[in-house]
Design a protein around this ligand. Structure first.
Ligand code: DC
Length: 235
Protein backbone atom coordinates (compact mmCIF):
# COMPACT_ATOMS: atom_id res chain seq x y z
CA UNK A 1 0.00 0.00 0.00
CA UNK A 2 1.27 3.45 -0.88
CA UNK A 3 2.45 5.40 2.15
CA UNK A 4 0.68 8.72 2.50
CA UNK A 5 2.77 11.87 2.51
CA UNK A 6 1.09 14.49 4.65
CA UNK A 7 1.42 18.00 6.05
CA UNK A 8 1.88 18.25 9.80
CA UNK A 9 1.11 21.67 11.31
CA UNK A 10 2.33 22.38 14.83
CA UNK A 11 1.16 25.64 16.38
CA UNK A 12 1.27 27.02 19.87
CA UNK A 13 2.73 29.54 22.27
CA UNK A 14 6.35 30.65 22.09
CA UNK A 15 9.02 28.45 23.67
CA UNK A 16 6.71 25.55 24.43
CA UNK A 17 8.79 22.89 22.72
CA UNK A 18 7.08 22.92 19.33
CA UNK A 19 10.30 22.90 17.36
CA UNK A 20 11.90 20.18 19.50
CA UNK A 21 9.08 17.76 18.81
CA UNK A 22 8.62 18.87 15.20
CA UNK A 23 12.31 18.36 14.39
CA UNK A 24 12.40 14.98 16.10
CA UNK A 25 9.37 13.70 14.20
CA UNK A 26 10.65 15.04 10.86
CA UNK A 27 13.97 13.24 11.38
CA UNK A 28 12.30 9.96 12.31
CA UNK A 29 9.86 9.87 9.42
CA UNK A 30 12.17 11.47 6.82
CA UNK A 31 10.13 14.67 6.39
CA UNK A 32 11.35 18.22 5.80
CA UNK A 33 11.16 20.43 8.91
CA UNK A 34 10.45 24.15 8.58
CA UNK A 35 10.65 26.56 11.50
CA UNK A 36 8.35 29.38 10.36
CA UNK A 37 9.26 31.48 13.43
CA UNK A 38 12.87 31.54 12.19
CA UNK A 39 11.63 33.29 9.05
CA UNK A 40 9.93 36.07 11.08
CA UNK A 41 13.07 36.30 13.20
CA UNK A 42 15.28 36.64 10.11
CA UNK A 43 13.15 39.52 8.78
CA UNK A 44 13.41 41.14 12.22
CA UNK A 45 17.19 40.78 12.22
CA UNK A 46 17.31 42.40 8.80
CA UNK A 47 15.25 45.32 10.16
CA UNK A 48 17.52 45.75 13.19
CA UNK A 49 20.70 45.59 11.12
CA UNK A 50 19.37 48.11 8.62
CA UNK A 51 17.99 50.66 11.07
CA UNK A 52 14.39 49.90 10.18
CA UNK A 53 13.38 49.64 13.85
CA UNK A 54 13.76 52.74 15.98
CA UNK A 55 12.24 53.47 19.41
CA UNK A 56 10.11 50.32 19.21
CA UNK A 57 8.64 51.30 15.84
CA UNK A 58 9.14 49.66 12.48
CA UNK A 59 9.71 51.92 9.49
CA UNK A 60 6.92 50.24 7.52
CA UNK A 61 7.42 52.15 4.30
CA UNK A 62 11.13 51.40 4.07
CA UNK A 63 10.58 47.76 5.00
CA UNK A 64 7.95 47.40 2.25
CA UNK A 65 10.57 48.58 -0.23
CA UNK A 66 13.22 46.29 1.24
CA UNK A 67 11.16 43.05 1.23
CA UNK A 68 12.45 42.13 -2.23
CA UNK A 69 16.00 42.23 -0.83
CA UNK A 70 15.26 39.78 2.00
CA UNK A 71 15.95 36.16 1.06
CA UNK A 72 15.53 33.45 3.66
CA UNK A 73 16.71 29.89 3.09
CA UNK A 74 17.45 26.82 5.19
CA UNK A 75 20.38 24.42 4.96
CA UNK A 76 21.57 21.48 7.01
CA UNK A 77 24.89 21.94 8.75
CA UNK A 78 27.01 18.99 7.55
CA UNK A 79 28.89 18.76 10.87
CA UNK A 80 25.99 18.91 13.33
CA UNK A 81 23.25 17.61 11.02
CA UNK A 82 21.08 20.48 12.28
CA UNK A 83 19.07 22.78 10.10
CA UNK A 84 20.19 26.40 10.03
CA UNK A 85 18.55 29.61 8.84
CA UNK A 86 20.24 31.82 6.26
CA UNK A 87 19.51 35.47 5.57
CA UNK A 88 20.78 36.63 2.19
CA UNK A 89 23.27 33.78 2.11
CA UNK A 90 24.65 34.33 5.63
CA UNK A 91 23.99 31.86 8.45
CA UNK A 92 22.04 33.72 11.16
CA UNK A 93 20.92 30.73 13.22
CA UNK A 94 22.52 32.01 16.45
CA UNK A 95 21.77 35.68 15.95
CA UNK A 96 18.03 35.23 15.38
CA UNK A 97 17.68 33.54 18.81
CA UNK A 98 19.10 36.46 20.83
CA UNK A 99 16.96 38.72 23.04
CA UNK A 100 17.75 41.59 20.66
CA UNK A 101 15.69 39.83 18.00
CA UNK A 102 13.16 38.16 20.35
CA UNK A 103 12.13 41.49 21.82
CA UNK A 104 11.26 42.98 18.40
CA UNK A 105 9.93 40.00 16.46
CA UNK A 106 6.28 40.56 17.46
CA UNK A 107 6.44 44.05 15.94
CA UNK A 108 7.54 42.64 12.62
CA UNK A 109 5.32 39.55 12.59
CA UNK A 110 2.15 41.63 12.79
CA UNK A 111 2.84 43.50 9.55
CA UNK A 112 0.46 42.33 6.80
CA UNK A 113 2.90 42.35 3.86
CA UNK A 114 5.55 40.52 5.89
CA UNK A 115 3.04 37.78 6.70
CA UNK A 116 1.81 37.57 3.11
CA UNK A 117 5.35 37.17 1.78
CA UNK A 118 6.35 34.55 4.34
CA UNK A 119 3.08 32.59 4.11
CA UNK A 120 3.50 32.39 0.31
CA UNK A 121 7.01 31.04 0.78
CA UNK A 122 5.82 28.57 3.45
CA UNK A 123 3.09 27.23 1.15
CA UNK A 124 5.62 26.72 -1.59
CA UNK A 125 7.83 24.73 0.78
CA UNK A 126 4.81 22.49 1.49
CA UNK A 127 3.93 21.92 -2.17
CA UNK A 128 5.18 18.34 -2.17
CA UNK A 129 3.81 17.55 1.32
CA UNK A 130 6.13 15.42 3.49
CA UNK A 131 6.65 18.44 5.72
CA UNK A 132 6.45 19.30 9.42
CA UNK A 133 6.07 23.05 9.97
CA UNK A 134 5.78 24.83 13.29
CA UNK A 135 4.56 28.33 14.08
CA UNK A 136 1.45 30.22 15.14
CA UNK A 137 -0.85 30.11 12.12
CA UNK A 138 0.23 26.98 10.27
CA UNK A 139 -2.97 25.00 10.91
CA UNK A 140 -5.26 28.03 10.61
CA UNK A 141 -3.84 30.15 7.77
CA UNK A 142 -0.86 28.53 6.02
CA UNK A 143 -2.17 24.96 5.67
CA UNK A 144 -5.83 24.89 6.73
CA UNK A 145 -6.12 21.46 5.06
CA UNK A 146 -3.14 19.90 6.87
CA UNK A 147 -3.86 16.24 7.64
CA UNK A 148 -2.47 16.51 11.19
CA UNK A 149 -2.67 19.65 13.33
CA UNK A 150 -1.30 19.99 16.83
CA UNK A 151 -1.75 22.93 19.22
CA UNK A 152 0.86 23.00 22.00
CA UNK A 153 0.61 24.85 25.30
CA UNK A 154 2.66 25.04 28.52
CA UNK A 155 2.72 27.53 31.42
CA UNK A 156 4.72 30.76 30.87
CA UNK A 157 7.08 29.91 33.76
CA UNK A 158 7.82 26.43 32.43
CA UNK A 159 8.55 27.91 29.03
CA UNK A 160 10.84 30.60 30.49
CA UNK A 161 12.79 27.96 32.40
CA UNK A 162 13.26 25.89 29.28
CA UNK A 163 14.39 28.87 27.19
CA UNK A 164 16.82 29.96 29.94
CA UNK A 165 18.35 26.47 30.02
CA UNK A 166 18.80 26.59 26.23
CA UNK A 167 20.47 30.00 26.39
CA UNK A 168 22.75 28.94 29.24
CA UNK A 169 23.75 25.85 27.28
CA UNK A 170 24.70 28.17 24.40
CA UNK A 171 26.85 30.25 26.78
CA UNK A 172 24.44 33.21 26.92
CA UNK A 173 23.32 34.95 30.10
CA UNK A 174 19.73 34.20 31.00
CA UNK A 175 17.47 36.18 33.31
CA UNK A 176 14.45 33.92 33.83
CA UNK A 177 12.13 36.70 35.00
CA UNK A 178 12.99 38.85 31.96
CA UNK A 179 12.45 35.87 29.67
CA UNK A 180 9.08 35.13 31.30
CA UNK A 181 8.01 38.75 30.80
CA UNK A 182 9.09 38.58 27.15
CA UNK A 183 7.17 35.33 26.66
CA UNK A 184 4.01 36.77 28.28
CA UNK A 185 4.31 39.89 26.13
CA UNK A 186 4.72 37.82 22.95
CA UNK A 187 1.76 35.55 23.90
CA UNK A 188 -0.36 38.65 24.27
CA UNK A 189 0.78 40.15 20.95
CA UNK A 190 0.47 36.82 19.12
CA UNK A 191 -3.09 36.30 20.38
CA UNK A 192 -4.37 39.82 19.84
CA UNK A 193 -2.82 40.80 16.54
CA UNK A 194 -5.32 41.50 13.77
CA UNK A 195 -3.88 39.24 11.05
CA UNK A 196 -3.66 35.51 11.73
CA UNK A 197 -3.73 35.70 15.53
CA UNK A 198 -2.54 32.66 17.44
CA UNK A 199 -5.50 30.38 18.01
CA UNK A 200 -6.19 26.69 18.00
CA UNK A 201 -7.64 25.41 14.73
CA UNK A 202 -10.96 23.69 15.31
CA UNK A 203 -9.58 20.36 14.15
CA UNK A 204 -6.23 20.61 16.00
CA UNK A 205 -5.31 18.20 18.79
CA UNK A 206 -4.26 20.09 21.94
CA UNK A 207 -1.20 19.11 23.95
CA UNK A 208 -0.25 20.70 27.29
CA UNK A 209 3.31 19.51 27.78
CA UNK A 210 4.06 21.38 31.05
CA UNK A 211 4.64 18.09 32.84
CA UNK A 212 6.07 16.01 30.03
CA UNK A 213 9.66 15.12 29.27
CA UNK A 214 11.00 15.67 25.78
CA UNK A 215 10.99 11.92 25.16
CA UNK A 216 7.34 11.71 26.26
CA UNK A 217 6.21 14.51 24.00
CA UNK A 218 8.14 13.12 21.04
CA UNK A 219 6.50 9.72 21.55
CA UNK A 220 3.09 11.39 21.89
CA UNK A 221 3.53 13.19 18.56
CA UNK A 222 4.74 10.09 16.74
CA UNK A 223 1.67 8.21 17.99
CA UNK A 224 -0.59 10.96 16.57
CA UNK A 225 1.28 10.74 13.25
CA UNK A 226 0.86 6.95 13.12
CA UNK A 227 -2.85 7.26 13.90
CA UNK A 228 -3.26 9.79 11.09
CA UNK A 229 -1.50 7.58 8.55
CA UNK A 230 -3.59 4.57 9.60
CA UNK A 231 -6.77 6.64 9.29
CA UNK A 232 -5.81 7.84 5.81
CA UNK A 233 -4.94 4.34 4.66
CA UNK A 234 -8.35 3.09 5.74
CA UNK A 235 -10.20 5.76 3.77
O1 DC B 1 8.40 30.39 17.36
P1 DC B 1 9.29 31.61 17.60
O2 DC B 1 9.27 32.12 19.01
O3 DC B 1 10.66 31.44 17.06
O4 DC B 1 8.57 32.75 16.71
C1 DC B 1 9.09 34.04 16.66
C2 DC B 1 7.96 35.06 16.52
O5 DC B 1 7.40 34.96 15.22
C3 DC B 1 6.83 34.93 17.52
O6 DC B 1 6.79 36.06 18.36
C4 DC B 1 5.58 34.88 16.71
C5 DC B 1 5.98 35.00 15.29
N1 DC B 1 5.46 33.93 14.45
C6 DC B 1 4.30 34.17 13.77
O7 DC B 1 3.70 35.23 13.93
N2 DC B 1 3.80 33.23 12.93
C7 DC B 1 4.44 32.06 12.76
N3 DC B 1 3.94 31.16 11.92
C8 DC B 1 5.62 31.80 13.47
C9 DC B 1 6.11 32.75 14.32
Amino acid sequence: MEKHSIIIAIDGYSSCGKSTMAKDLARRIGYIYIDSGAMYRAVTLYCLDNNLINDGKVDIQSLAGEMKNIHITFATNPTTGKQETYLNGKCVEQEIRTMRVSSCVSLVSQIDFVRQALVAQQRQLGNDKGIVMDGRDIGTAVFPDAELKIFVTASARTRAERRAAEMQAAGENADIDAIERNIAMRDQMDMTRVISPLRKAQDAIELDNSHMTIAEQNAWLEARYNETITRLQQQ
